[in-house]
Design a protein around this ligand. Structure first.
Ligand SMILES: [Zn+2]
Length: 243
C-alpha cells in the first residue's frame, strides 16, 4: 500500500510540473489552433469562389461558341432563301432562322447571368484575400512564438513524459481512473500531503482519527471535504528522497 500511495503522489508531482509548464505557455497553443482553423475555413471558401468563377467563365465561353455557330446557321439559311423554289421552303427557312435567333437570345441572357455570377465571385475573392493574408501573418508570428516557448521546455517535458510513463505502468488501472477523475474535478490536484493536520488541497482540518490511519499508509484515504487523496509526511519524504 505504501508503494501504491508513493506512486500516486509521484504521478501527481510529475503532472503538476507539466501543468506549470503548460501555464507558462498560456493560451498560445489554443490561439494557434484557432487561427489554423479560421485560416483553413477561409481558404476553403476562397477555393470554392475560384471554382465558381472558373465554371462561370467556361460556360460563358461555351455559350459564345454556340452563338457563333447559330449565327453561321442563320447566314446559311438566309443565303438558301435566295435559291428556294417555293413559298413553303422559304417559310421553313424563316422558321429555322427564328428558331436560331431565339436560341441566341436565350444564350445571351444566360451569358449575362454567368457574367454577373463571375463578377460577384471575383469581388468576394478580393475581399477574402487580404483577410487570409492577415490570418497567415498572424499565424506565422504565433507559431514562431510557440516554437520558442516549446524549445525552452522541450527537454523538460520529454523527461516528465518519460517519468510519467514509467510510473503509470506500475499503478493499477482503477487507481489511475480515480486519480484522473479527481484531478479533472479539482483543478489538476488529486493527491495532496497533509500539513499541520490540514488537507493540502482545501486546507480544511483532517480529523485525528483519519490522521492516525493516514500515518499507517495502509489504505487510500480521501479528504472528507474535497475528496482528494491524502498522503502522509512519510510518503512525501519517501518520494522526495527518490528524486
Ligand atoms: Zn481537502
Amino acid at each position: 500500500m505504501e508503494n501504491r500511495l508513493r506512486l500516486l503522489y509521484s504521478l501527481q508531482r510529475i503532472d503538476s510540473e507539466h501543468d506549470d509548464i503548460r501555464d507558462l505557455k498560456g493560451d498560445l497553443p489554443q490561439r494557434v489552433a484557432n487561427l489554423e482553423q479560421q485560416l483553413s475555413e477561409k481558404e476553403s471558401i476562397l477555393r470554392s469562389l475560384q471554382d465558381q468563377s472558373k465554371t462561370s467563365v467556361l460556360r460563358r465561353d461555351e455559350h459564345d461558341l454556340e452563338i457563333a455557330a447559330q449565327r453561321e446557321k442563320i447566314e446559311k439559311y438566309k443565303s438558301q432563301q435566295f435559291d428556294v423554289k417555293t413559298n413553303k421552303q422559304y417559310d421553313a427557312l424563316t422558321r429555322e432562322i427564328e428558331f436560331s435567333q431565339e436560341r441566341i437570345d436565350t444564350l445571351q441572357r444566360e451569358i449575362d447571368v454567368l457574367e454577373g455570377r463571375a463578377k460577384l465571385a471575383k469581388d468576394d475573392q478580393e475581399l477574402l484575400k487580404p483577410e487570409i493574408e492577415a490570418l497567415r501573418n498572424e499565424l506565422k508570428e504565433r507559431i514562431e512564438e510557440l516554437e520558442v516557448v516549446n524549445a525552452e521546455h522541450e527537454e523538460e517535458e520529454l523527461k516528465l513524459q518519460h517519468e510519467r510513463e514509467k510510473i503509470v505502468v506500475q499503478i493499477a488501472k482503477a487507481d489511475i481512473r480515480t486519480y484522473e477523475r479527481i484531478r479533472q474535478a479539482k483543478e489538476g490536484i488529486a493527491v495532496v500531503p497533509v500539513r499541520r493536520n490540514a488537507c493540502g488541497g482545501c486546507f480544511k482540518r483532517v480529523p485525528p482519527q483519519t490522521m492516525q490511519e493516514l500515518r499507517k499508509n495502509a489504505q487510500l484515504m480521501t479528504c472528507e471535504h474535497c475528496g482528494r487523496i491524502l498522503v502522509s509526511d512519510g510518503i512525501v519524504e519517501a518520494v522526495a528522497a527518490q528524486k
